[in-house]
Ligand binder design. Structure first.
Ligand code: NAP
Length: 455
């Protein structure tokens, strides 16, 4: 027994990081614990619902495992609760022995180049929110009828998602869970050529092999790898020798390089050693992208050559990585975009641990790694939390329902796990009864989601 009282833990963020943390906690031997998971979305699953692309049902399957975790009576879900406005850290401390932040990273990292604010320059995270039907995203995407050539900056999996969704037809995506507004929006997408720009070489891309390979699975897309900059230096060879998956990625890139285009109506071009330095505009709108041609410096990094190239594109999507939101009342490391922490224990600005406050997932270590990586992260954080428990003061109010009453008294229209199950069933029935039957069709407006969940 680590403590001889019933322990209550709040997890803020119901994405995989938060759910894994709750799972590990409730499975801790000799610990009598109940966990409440809060999220500002009315639904659980965070970036699996609102980050994974709709045409990636295999990754969305992870939801099945998370549902099994949430079926545990010792874990409850409170959706539509906004940390920082509805509820603050001081409030949570009154109800819980410890608080774990698993709020992830949802915004686009800033790209500080001229022209970034032009019409037609978009953050990938905003586009992902839109096509994944997030309630806070605008209902319409501003596809311009003249935007046939489009740039995607960054060669990570988000860049691939964005490029693929831009290059696929709306009808190809109609088998997925996309809501009506996204389908109607995608029909206005005039893109024929998506140019994906890597600032370094092929051995330095952040794609994963399967995601890169599946680009060619769409009959409407040709993948064209351009030979300029397709180079390997000593650092590249070392990186390839060290990582089998990177070698596989380069093998797939090489296959694309060697392949003749089939004449498909859309193309995804991949360009190497092109560092974006300016988004070019006219009358406030994007008319091009200027890149500086780079060369590998022997270590796998690049240096500029002083030579520039202009690309006539009419839209630019910046997929250079996510960034976490600052959490009100908590310290924030703006360089790395994380809660300052020591192995998951959140640290104050003076470096001292904040009693009973922990972090896990992307808010702990930054927006890198696949969903499965958050499991080991959660294990580390929860181990530390459990070790600290005997020294943590009990909360003022440890009765389980006291928190619900507090939210009620504040007038917060929270959703519960049972509410989510209603919305889940509703979305499935919408999908089944659609003119194009599919597994699910998402509900988008927040008030509608909340009304269904609370009905
Ligand atoms: P990421 O993997 O970190 O890739 C970011 C890319 O942006 C890198 O190629 C980086 O190049 C480039 N970049 C950064 N700053 C730049 C700048 N100033 N100018 C030009 N390029 C710049 O990030 P992500 O794509 O957002 O993905 C985040 C995580 O989610 C990753 O772990 C990813 O695998 C995961 N994810 C997985 C899937 C999936 O389907 N499995 C889907 C989406 C996301 P450098 O390397 O040169 O810095």
């Amino acid at each position: 027994m680590t403590v001889d009282r019933k322990v209550r833990v709040a997890v803020v963020g119901a994405g995989p990081a938060g759910v894994y943390a709750a799972d590990i906690l409730t499975k801790t031997e000799d610990l009598d614990v109940t966990v409440d998971i809060l999220d500002r979305d009315p639904t659980p699953f965070g970036l699996i619902r609102y980050g994974v692309a709709p045409d990636h049902p295999r990754i969305k399957e992870i939801i099945k495992a998370l549902k099994r975790v949430m079926a545990n009576d010792d874990i409850r879900f409170f959706g539509n609760v906004n940390f920082g406005t509805d509820i603050k850290l001081e409030d949570l401390k009154g109800f819980y022995d410890a608080v774990v932040f698993a709020t992830g990273a949802r915004r686009d990292r800033d790209l500080q180049i001229p022209g970034v604010d032009l019409d037609g320059s978009y953050g990938a995270a905003d586009f992902v929110y839109w096509y994944d039907g997030h309630p806070d995203a605008p209902r319409e995407w501003d596809f311009q009828p003249h935007a046939k050539e489009v740039a995607v900056l960054g060669v990570g999996n988000v860049g691939l998602d964005v490029a693929r969704i831009l290059a696929k037809t709306a009808d190809e995506l109609l088998v997925t869970e996309i809501p009506d507004n996204v389908y109607e929006g995608l029909k206005k997408n005039a893109t024929t050529d998506v140019h994906v720009f890597a600032r370094r070489g092929p051995a330095q891309v952040k794609f994963t092999p399967m995601e890169l390979r599946e680009l060619s699975h769409s009959p409407t897309i040709d993948v064209v790898v351009h030979p300029e900059g397709y180079e390997f230096d000593h650092g590249s060879m070392e990186a390839l020798a060290a990582a089998k998956s990177q070698k596989l990625v380069v093998k797939v890139l090489g296959d694309y390089l060697a392949k003749e285009p089939t004449g498909a109506p859309h193309r995804i071009h991949i360009h190497f050693c092109q560092n974006p330095v300016e988004i070019l505009g006219e009358d406030g709108k994007v008319v091009g992208l200027r890149t500086e041609i780079t060369e590998l410096d022997g270590t796998g990094n690049v240096r500029g050559t002083g030579q520039f190239k202009d690309w006539p594109v009419q839209a630019v999507y910046r997929a250079i990585g996510y960034y976490s939101d600052n959490l009100p009342g908590l310290p924030f490391d703006s360089n790395t975009g994380v809660l300052p922490n020591d192995g998951g224990h959140v640290l104050d600005i003076d470096g001292s641990p904040i009693e009973g406050v922990y972090a896990t997932g992307w808010i702990k270590r930054g927006p890198v790694g696949l969903i499965g990586h958050t499991k080991s992260d959660a294990a580390q954080t929860i181990k530390m939390l459990v070790e600290d428990l005997p020294n943590l003061p009990a909360p003022e109010s440890s009765e389980r329902e006291a928190f619900d009453r507090h939210l009620d008294s504040l007038g917060v229209e929270y959703t519960t796990w049972q509410g989510w199950e209603k919305l889940d069933a509703h979305e499935e029935s919408l999908g089944a009864s659609d003119a194009h039957p599919r597994e699910r069709k998402k509900v988008v407006p927040r008030d509608e989601m909340v009304a269904i969940a609370r009905s």
